[in-house]
Design a protein around this ligand. Structure first.
Ligand SMILES: CC(C)(COP(=O)(O)OP(=O)(O)OC[C@H]1O[C@@H](n2cnc3c(N)ncnc32)[C@H](O)[C@@H]1OP(=O)(O)O)[C@@H](O)C(=O)NCCC(=O)NCCS
Length: 142
């Protein structure tokens, strides 16, 4: 595969991000993925967001924001949604995007957080391999 470049997200990247998101909405889409990329992009333009580009085409993205106060945690970077176009999955792009996001957080002396479904073992393995440990929050429901 041609070289993959990770760079900060720009406003003009949104349509391609939505295109990838649409392709991921099919049956292959992870159950961990919250279906809210459109709303997210309308609400935020945080400096933590990155895209992966190869041959001038965006093939992956990672979106998140800075929060934590609502859980009485130090402000941290929260990955909200990430995706790699199906044809490009499994070649290390996801890991590069995670690293770019976490590096941005570390530069700001912040941790990186991400929520995943307990049943999504594949995604949990992906995160463990990228150096993520299980955090301290637990969810309640009624
Ligand atoms: C999860 C995802 C971002 C990883 O990107 P990637 O470029 O394929 O990842 P890498 O090549 O760096 O690493 C491969 C690892 O990613 C994980 N992975 C790959 N595809 C996955 C999928 N559909 N669902 C969950 N995890 C996946 C696996 O741990 C895989 O390792 P394995 O093949 O040994 O099981 C990408 O597969 C994807 O877009 N999945 C669908 C959307 C999603 O689940 N997003 C994350 C929640 S917001």
């Amino acid at each position: 595969m041609a070289e993959v470049r990770i760079r900060k997200m720009l406003p003009e990247d949104v349509s391609r991000i939505l295109e990838i998101d649409l392709r991921l909405v099919g049956k292959e889409r992870s159950p961990s993925w919250p279906q809210r990329v459109t709303r997210y992009l309308e609400m935020y333009y945080p400096p933590l967001c990155h895209v992966a580009e190869t041959n001038g085409r965006i093939v992956g993205f990672i979106l998140g924001d800075i929060r934590g106060w609502e859980y009485a945690l130090a402000p941290s970077g929260w990955i909200d949604i990430m995706g790699v176009a199906p044809d490009f999955q499994g070649s290390g792009i996801g890991k590069k995007l995670l690293k770019a996001f976490a590096d941005e957080c570390r530069e700001r002396k912040m941790k990186t957080h991400i929520m995943v479904r307990e049943a999504d073992e594949r995604l949990q393995r992906f995160l463990s391999e990228a150096g993520f440990n299980r955090g301290t929050l637990i969810e309640y429901e009624k």
